[in-house]
Design a protein around this ligand. Structure first.
Ligand SMILES: [Zn+2]
Ligand SMILES: [Zn+2]
Length: 359
């Protein structure tokens, strides 16, 4: 990156946390009845950069028969081989060197952050800002995770929020657990995903050189960061056997990160309470939060997609928020958007399922 861009990056940064406040009083004056029918939520005004990750309840599925499923055999075969390798890898754990297990766990954690703190909270939702060194770290971590490049991931994810639970949602959970978990990656996209996804505003992603760079060199970069490096390091650095390195540190670790992320789309759309909005499917699921380092507070997240913590709370089963806060403490993350308690409580009162426990 040229020096002047780096300088711009640094001079435009500041370190405060933006707190999103309750709806302004002029709207409350309209009377409770009118406010309750407001489909889009007013807190979003604090983050004018993007609108296309906000739920649009006016969009509904079109009438008519669904197109026939078209299988993508290449993906089906590769995913099956990966999962067979990962399952076999479990049997190699007891004979693994301790360093290899630590390495696999470290690689899981970093690559998960590349998805949660990177592709998700930073690039899909712009819920905080990151300076260049952090963005470089996140793009490397994201490449380690191999879940499609950030541009594609964020495009799919914005469509998932805006057209949630319709055929324009790439992993529409109304099509069942398996489809929303992994099935959507094994078939051709529904025409509505292409049609509506193509209309999303992705100009911020297209303008970011780092994302263009990742997209351009994605295949060799993934080969290196997701497969070669995690296998090579244990074998070369502490004399682990090649099968242990490949099966545990690479196949098993990669499959665990994939499934932990996919559970957010499947389990967290099916199992759990809906204290913030009972009219939508996403739910609060602590187990998913544990595996997906903080992304299981999914009813909250779909209600307030611009909150950098993806949860009402900060460090509660949320390693990603802890990480972003640490980055903020050393000045690499800033402008973290957080919804105010008052706005959250107002939303709970208006649309919650009454499972919310205060205090
Ligand atoms: Zn979701
Ligand atoms: Zn999201």
């Amino acid at each position: 990156m040229p020096a002047h861009l780096l300088q711009e990056e640094i001079s435009s940064s500041y370190t405060t946390t933006t707190t999103i406040t309750a709806p302004p009083s002029r709207l409350l004056q309209n009377g409770g009845g009118k406010l309750e029918k407001t489909p889009l939520y007013l807190e979003e005004d604090i983050r004018p950069e993007i609108r296309d990750d906000i739920y649009d309840p006016s969009y509904q599925d079109k009438e008519g028969p669904n197109p026939k499923l078209e299988y993508v055999w290449r993906n089906i075969i590769l995913m099956s081989l990966l999962h067979l390798g990962a399952l076999y890898g479990i049997t190699w754990i007891p004979t693994c060197k301790m360093y290899t297990l630590l390495w696999a766990f470290f690689y899981y954690l970093i690559s998960a952050l590349g998805v949660t703190a990177g592709a998700h909270r930073l690039w899909s939702h712009r819920s905080y800002k990151a300076r260049l060194p952090l963005r470089v770290f996140l793009i490397i971590a994201n490449t380690m995770a191999f879940q499609n490049d950030v541009y594609e991931w964020a495009r799919d994810h914005r469509a998932h929020h805006k057209f949630s639970e319709t055929h324009a949602d790439p992993h529409n959970s109304r099509r069942g657990f398996f489809f929303s978990h992994v099935g959507w990656l094994l078939v051709r996209k529904h025409p509505d995903v292409k049609e509506k996804g193509g209309l999303l505003n992705l100009s911020d992603l297209k303008a970011e050189k780092l994302l263009v760079f990742q997209r351009r060199y994605y295949k060799p970069a993934v080969l290196l960061m997701c497969f070669i490096l995690p296998t090579f390091v244990p074998w070369y650095c502490w004399g682990e056997t090649f099968p242990h390195s490949l099966l545990v540190a690479t196949f098993l670790r990669y499959a665990v990160v994939l499934n932990a992320t996919w559970l957010v789309n499947s389990a967290a759309h099916l199992y759990g309470y809906r204290p913030y909005d009972k009219t939508i499917n996403p739910r609060e699921n602590l187990l998913v939060s544990l595996g997906a380092v903080g992304e299981g507070f999914h009813n909250y997240h779909h209600s307030f997609p611009y909150d950098y913590s993806a949860s009402e709370y900060r460090w509660h089963i949320n390693f990603t928020t802890f990480f972003i806060d640490c980055m903020a403490a050393i000045g690499l993350a800033y402008d973290r958007k957080k919804v105010s308690k008052a706005a959250v409580l107002a939303r709970i009162k208006r649309t919650g399922d009454e499972s919310y426990k205060s205090g």
